[in-house]
Structures are given as structure tokens and as C-alpha cells.
Design a protein around this ligand. Structure first.
Ligand code: SF4
Length: 354
């Protein structure tokens, strides 16, 4: 894939007209969405608070995973007021396993801010909504258009892919001017008819999630196939281009499982700067020079741009002296906040102890 400046000169893509791809583009997307929409719990509400929760959960997480989390969250915190009044631990506990915990903290801060600065009313304008912690341009556009049917555009990774394929854009989409143009493209496609704004926004999201997918776009099911430059040229899989390819980091750590009967050693909370909000099993990061340590179990997991290998040492040896630990019943650990990897280890070890 070339990302050279010569391709930028040759490509006519960004000089396209400032009109939508067709006059009835939004109507087609909205009509298709009415037929194709999946039944999702956040689609049954117009409450901006609930739509906000779903939008934040859906960042970096699949729909299938989010459904249960969303339902539990909404049943415990049905309103902005209830979330604003919650403790951070209560919110993080419900978020446990979803990852990217800053999102959960920002939701709580955001709810508190809306209570204090906006009198408990969810902001109605782009300018105000952008002041809420954790709400960026995409979430602002989706909340305003879905909850309030305001003619606001939303553009996330999925929609960048859809629009850049529709226009056949062979410029790296992470270049500032290209992204700016994609926002303009998203804006000119937002319908002026209020009645279909919600269906249009949700329809574009559904198209990106279910039809115009990264690896195998189902162009035969696409409601706007005849407008799509990438489809006509057979270049769907070459788009979108990215200039900065994320380099994945490989990280390794060793976790020490030590028990006294049914009690297990855990680090005192806050004893590691990176995990201030969590309890952790005693662990050490291993540098790239270290060989593979002696271990009993090995786990692997991935987070955005990092691949982790976790070696678990389970023995009766004394813990290395630097750890400040306390001993907690394995059952009681279920009530405590742990990162996902520790919860997996504890669940496996708990089953072993029983
Ligand atoms: Fe995406 Fe294919 Fe539809 Fe083009 S025709 S927008 S590539 S699904």
C-alpha cells in the first residue's frame, strides 16, 4: 500500500463536489436501517443519558459484549442523578472486564458535572456537550442526532471506512486534511428532515458494523452500492489507508500466586502506580532481556496496541521481599476490583482450590 505524496497528487478523490453522493442518500440509509436494524437495548430509548452510556461502552468494545454490561449498568444507575451519586468503586465494579477504565471514571465525572453545571439536564448543544468529560466530536454528534434529532454529524473509525470507500479515497485517513474533509463529507450527508436524522445516524453506524466491514465487506447487501467508488473500482479492501501503522508492543510479566489454605496474597491497593484503582496479585514486569521464568501457567491477552504474556508462578516459596501484601479469602476476592487478567487467574485458581 503506497502512502507516498505522489499518490496524493494523482488522486482526484479529495476534490469531489461538496454535494452528497445522491439527493436521496440519507433516505436510503434510513429506509434500509428500518429493515436491517438489530434489536439493541439502547435503540429503544431517546434518553440522552442512556445513549451516552451505550456510546461510551461501545468505544473499543463489541456490541455482543456491551449488551449485558449496558443492561446491568442501567439497572443499577437508571438516571444521571443515580450515576452522579455513585462511588467510584461502585461504577468501576460494574465496569470490571470492559477495560479502559478511564471511560467509566469519566462517565461518573461527566454525570456530576451535568448535575452541577447544567442543572441535571443533559446538554442540548454541541458546544455544551463537548464540555462533558470524555465526550468528543463523535459522541457529541451521535448523542445529539440520536437523542434530539439534531442535524449533527458523527464520524468514528467505522464511518471513516464507509465514507472513504464510498468516495474511493486513497489518501491516508489519519492525515489531518483528509480527516477534515471526511468530517465535511459526513456533515453534508446529514439529512435536514428531522424525522429521519436518528435512523440515518444509526443506519450509518449499522452499515459500518454489519455490511461495510474491514475485512469482508458485504457489498451485495449494501443499500448504497451503486454510489460506491471503491466497489466500482474493486478496491474496497485497499481502503482506508493509514499512514501511521500502529506498532504492537510485546510485554511480559510474572504473577506470583501464593496461598495459605483458602487465603491468597494480594498487593495492598495503590501499591503499584499503574493500578491505583485496583487490587492486584503480586506481579513484576519482565524486560525484553529477561529469559522466560519458571512458571506453572501461562496466559496471553491483547490490549489495543499491546500483546501481553503472563507467566504464573504457583508455589510455596516466599514472595520476593519488595511486595507489600495482605491475605484475603479467595471468595472475598470476588468483591474486590481486579484487572481482567487477575480475575481470570483467580477464577482458575479458585476452581483448583475447590
Ligand atoms: Fe462498503 Fe461495499 Fe457498500 Fe462500498 S458497496 S460502501 S465498500 S459495503
Amino acid at each position: 500500500m503506497s502512502t507516498s505524496s505522489s499518490s496524493a497528487k494523482k488522486s482526484p478523490d479529495l476534490a469531489l463536489s461538496k454535494r452528497p453522493l445522491s439527493k436521496d442518500f440519507a433516505q436510503r440509509i434510513a429506509a434500509w436501517f428500518k429493515l436491517a436494524a438489530r434489536d439493541l437495548p439502547w435503540r429503544e430509548t431517546s434518553d440522552p443519558y442512556r445513549i451516552w452510556i451505550s456510546e461510551v461502552m461501545l468505544q473499543q468494545t463489541t456490541v455482543a459484549t456491551v449488551i449485558d454490561y449496558y443492561q446491568r449498568f442501567i439497572s443499577q444507575f437508571p438516571t444521571l442523578e443515580s450515576l452522579a451519586a455513585a462511588t467510584e468503586d461502585e461504577v468501576l465494579k460494574l465496569w470490571q472486564g470492559l477495560g479502559y477504565y478511564r471511560r467509566a471514571k469519566n462517565l461518573r465525572f461527566g454525570a456530576q458535572m451535568i448535575m452541577s453545571e447544567f442543572g441535571g439536564k443533559f446538554p442540548h448543544t454541541r458546544e455544551e456537550i463537548l464540555k462533558v468529560p470524555g465526550i468528543g466530536a463523535y459522541s457529541a454528534g451521535s448523542i445529539l442526532s440520536i437523542a434530539h434529532q439534531m442535524p449533527e454529524a458523527a464520524l468514528d473509525g467505522n464511518l471513516i471506512r464507509v465514507y472513504s470507500r464510498l468516495y474511493g479515497i486513497r489518501e491516508p485517513v489519519d492525515r489531518g486534511p483528509v480527516l477534515k474533509r471526511l468530517w465535511e463529507i459526513a456533515r453534508i450527508h446529514v439529512p435536514s428532515e428531522r424525522a429521519i436524522i436518528r435512523e440515518f445516524t444509526e443506519g450509518m453506524m449499522e452499515l459500518g458494523a454489519m455490511v461495510c466491514t474491514p475485512a469482508n465487506p458485504r457489498c451485495g447487501h449494501c443499500p448504497v452500492q451503486n454510489l460506491c467508488v471503491a466497489y466500482k473500482k474493486g478496491i474496497q479492501l485497499e481502503i482506508p489507508l493509514k499512514e501511521k501503522r500502529m506498532k504492537r508492543k510485546k510485554l511480559r510479566e510474572i504473577v506470583f500466586l501464593r496461598n495459605r489454605g483458602n487465603k491468597i496474597a494480594i498487593l495492598k491497593r495503590g501499591s503499584d502506580k499503574k493500578f491505583l484503582d485496583f487490587h492486584r496479585l503480586p506481579f513484576m514486569s519482565l524486560d525484553s532481556e529477561s529469559g522466560i521464568p519458571a512458571y506453572d501457567l501461562k496466559y496471553k491477552y491483547a490490549v489495543t496496541d499491546r500483546d501481553f504474556e503472563v507467566f504464573v508462578s504457583r508455589s510455596s516459596d516466599k514472595l520476593p521481599g519488595q511486595f507489600k501484601v495482605r491475605w484475603v479469602g479467595i471468595k472475598d476476592c470476588e468483591e474486590l476490583l481486579f484487572p481482567t487478567i487477575d480475575r481470570r487467574i483467580l477464577a482458575d485458581f479458585g476452581a483448583f482450590l475447590r
